[in-house]
Design a protein around this ligand. Structure first.
Ligand code: XIL
Length: 340
């Protein structure tokens, strides 16, 4: 079986699409995506900077094609993302007063969500609104609009696309303090009568962290709020994080440091073994909680596409996904399929 077939009765399995795949410039990817996945997320084309670059300028071309691709292939289509402080169209920063900013944000949400109403199946309405300590991130939106912006965003999305599932999405949602913050945030939305259908736990994880225990606790805790849990943006980095290095200097030129790019020509066997086990373990955990998990989405198709080759340092060679640079199934793919 392929991935989507193997997990068919459990949860959907997805990938993120970027422009080259959306425009059909990568035929090997197209074949692979159709074969393996039954849900898609746009990696970049629906972010405000791309879809709504100027106050009265919209760029729907790539987003429309993305939705068409999903429809043509009977996929569950995710929208990503309506309200986010990053990759934010610059005109938002230039709006001085509160009421105009609120109106501009409303117009953005209603226009974008409204255009795809009945087509997009689930939206990441708000992305990354939390700090690591669980407090609300001091974004432009929080600063100018207060925490009302969260309630408003969900209400506007519901008005514009009443049939669409609405999600809160964030990273590091397994860390205890941030988990507490996310629970508080979801409860706040629920108390304000927002429609919140699910939480997306971005799975930008490492070989060892977060621990399986932390992931499990989080899945259970979020599910207890009465919402679907989704693993979004799954990728397992095998490279060192510069910020974890003892005495790391933020001004240091990490790009030049070979220690930061240890496997330019392939992962050594010892790392492959760890990587395979990590994927096996997390999928076993997802299966154990299949009643709570609606979707598992990888952040990219094959290793060569992954943003982790360029983040947080540019120009590295990372191996975070289940398909290699030749679009071949990696050994971890078989581990995952066998778990199902
Ligand atoms: C990343 C994309 O993968 C990159 O191509 C882009 O340059 C930056 O954004 N959290 C999110 C995603 O919600 O939208 C981010 O995607 C990764 C972190």
């Amino acid at each position: 079986p392929t991935l989507k077939e193997a997990f068919k009765s459990k949860f959907t399995i997805g990938t993120a699409l970027n422009s080259h795949q959306i425009y059909g410039h990568d035929s090997l990817a197209t074949q692979l995506i159709k074969r393996e996945f039954n849900t898609v997320t746009p990696e970049n084309v629906m972010k405000s900077v791309n879809i709504h670059p100027g106050v009265n300028t919209y760029n729907f071309d790539a987003a429309d094609k993305y939705v068409q691709f999903g429809q043509d292939n009977d996929m569950f289509i995710v929208g990503h993302t309506l309200v986010w402080h990053s990759q934010l169209s610059n005109f938002f920063n230039e709006i001085e007063d509160k009421d105009s900013l609120k109106l501009a944000l409303k117009k953005h949400v209603v226009t974008v969500a409204g255009r795809y109403a009945g087509k997009i199946n689930g939206w990441d309405v708000v992305n990354e609104a939390l700090n690591e300590d669980g407090s609300l991130r001091n974004s432009l939106f929080l600063n100018k609009l207060g925490d009302d912006y969260l309630v408003d965003a969900f209400n506007w999305a519901k008005q514009a696309a009443p049939q669409t599932e609405l999600y809160y999405n964030d990273y590091n949602l397994c860390a205890p303090s941030k988990r507490e913050g996310a629970i508080k945030l979801i409860k706040f939305l629920q108390e304000n009568n927002c429609k919140v259908d699910g939480i997306g736990m971005q799975g930008h994880w490492g070989l060892e962290t977060p621990t399986l225990e932390e992931i499990e606790k989080s899945i259970i805790a979020y599910s207890e709020l009465g919402i679907k849990v989704m693993i979004t943006e799954l990728d397992i980095t095998v490279l060192p994080n510069p910020w974890d290095l003892e005495g790391a200097d933020v001004n240091q030129n990490f790009e030049q440091d070979p220690k930061m790019n240890p496997y330019p020509n392939g992962m050594p066997d010892s790392v492959v073994t760890k990587f395979n086990k990590r994927y096996k373990d997390i999928f076993e955990l997802f299966l154990k909680h299949q009643d709570k998990i609606g979707r598992v989405t990888f952040w990219g198709v094959q290793d060569g596409d992954s943003w982790l080759n360029n983040w947080p340092i540019e120009g590295r060679t990372n191996y975070p996904l289940l398909f290699d640079r030749d679009y071949k199934q990696k050994p971890a793919y078989k581990e995952v399929i066998q778990v199902a």
